[in-house]
Design a binder for this molecule. Structure first.
Ligand code: NAD
Length: 287
């Protein structure tokens, strides 16, 4: 297990899903963790569960004044910031008009501008402490089409490049910046994009979790802790020579099209060209 004792990490969107799982991983690794979110009840429950190495601060990540105030609280409580996980997010409602420019801009503000804001308030403390690590949640939707709605996917592509450009600019302060591209992680994000209440979205996440094992080459459902473990690596000094990169944590989903790893899909794709099912299945070996 990676040892993060002595590190202070800020996690946005830490009350649910990937953020919550990451708060738990970082806490187990010994870090002091500040969770920034807007779900106060869940935030208070998390601090009650994990104790005084976890701080909950209410802030809307799109509001500069609220983020500034939240970082002030973190500084007062923990005295500095070593790492920041810019993770809060949501997708636009599924079925939205891609040409609704006001909605498009709201999504970019939530998913991209919020990272600029978090980074802005983390930098002074990181510079003062001789360096730091910033990790941004992108998505496989930012790598390939077909994994998210329009504004969301565009924003996630921007997060990957934002991470590179920021890494270039901040390397002189020993601040590293990397992005993680999660694959399918059963969380409330799906229900929220379908218009569910938070409670229904949590239920839907559990339901998706029970059916997600066949969605990617690795035959288990992804979990928030899988992303948390990658964040722990980027926060730790084990990754001290890694910056400006993205890591897909997706169970192999982006290795290739489905027919690359799913025999039935391969048979369906190739038998139309005159090859037999046996010939296609042979490509996958006898296992
Ligand atoms: N779940 C997946 O399959 C998946 C895949 C790729 C990327 N992601 C990304 O992971 C991140 C976390 O999403 P999740 O899947 O854990 O969803 P989630 O809905 O479980 O968690 C999102 C969290 O962000 C918070 N949040 C939303 N808007 C906020 C705001 N304006 N200010 C402060 N907090 C806000 C929510 O309250 C919630 O706690 C998002 O950036 C999402 O785009 C998720």
């Amino acid at each position: 297990m990676i040892d993060l004792t002595g590190k202070v990490v800020v996690v946005t969107g830490g009350c649910s899903g990937i953020g919550r799982g990451t708060v738990q991983v970082l806490h187990r690794a010994g870090a002091r963790v500040a969770c920034i979110d807007v779900q106060d009840e869940k935030g208070e429950a998390l601090t009650a569960e994990l104790g005084d190495r976890v701080l909950y601060a209410h802030a809307d990540v799109t509001s500069e004044a609220e983020i500034a105030a939240a970082f002030d609280r973190v500084m007062q409580r923990f005295g500095g910031v070593d790492a920041l996980f810019n993770n809060a997010g949501a997708a636009e409602p599924l079925g939205s008009d891609p040409f609704d420019v006001a909605l498009f801009e709201r999504v970019q503000r939530l998913l991209v501008s919020s990272i600029v804001l978090g980074t802005k308030f983390a930098i002074p403390s990181m510079v003062g402490r001789g360096g730091g690590s910033i990790v941004n949640t992108a998505s496989i939707a930012g790598l390939q089409a077909g994994y998210g709605p329009f504004a969301y996917s565009v924003a996630k592509g921007a997060v990957i490049h934002l991470s590179r450009v920021a890494a270039a600019g901040l390397a002189k302060y020993a601040i590293r910046v990397n992005a993680i591209c999660p694959g399918l992680i059963p969380t409330a994000i799906f229900g929220r994009a379908l218009g569910d209440s938070i409670a229904d979205a949590d239920r839907r996440a559990r339901d998706i979790g029970e059916r997600a094992h066949g969605f990617q080459p690795i035959r288990v459902a992804g979990a928030p802790e899988d992303i948390g473990n990658a964040v722990a690596y980027f926060v730790s000094d084990l990754s001290r020579f890694v910056t400006g990169q993205f890591l897909a944590v997706d169970g192999g989903l982006t290795v290739g099209p489905r027919q690359a790893w799913d025999e039935d899909a391969a048979v369906e794709a190739w038998t139309r060209f005159g090859m037999s099912a046996e010939q296609i299945r042979g490509v996958f070996g006898a296992a």
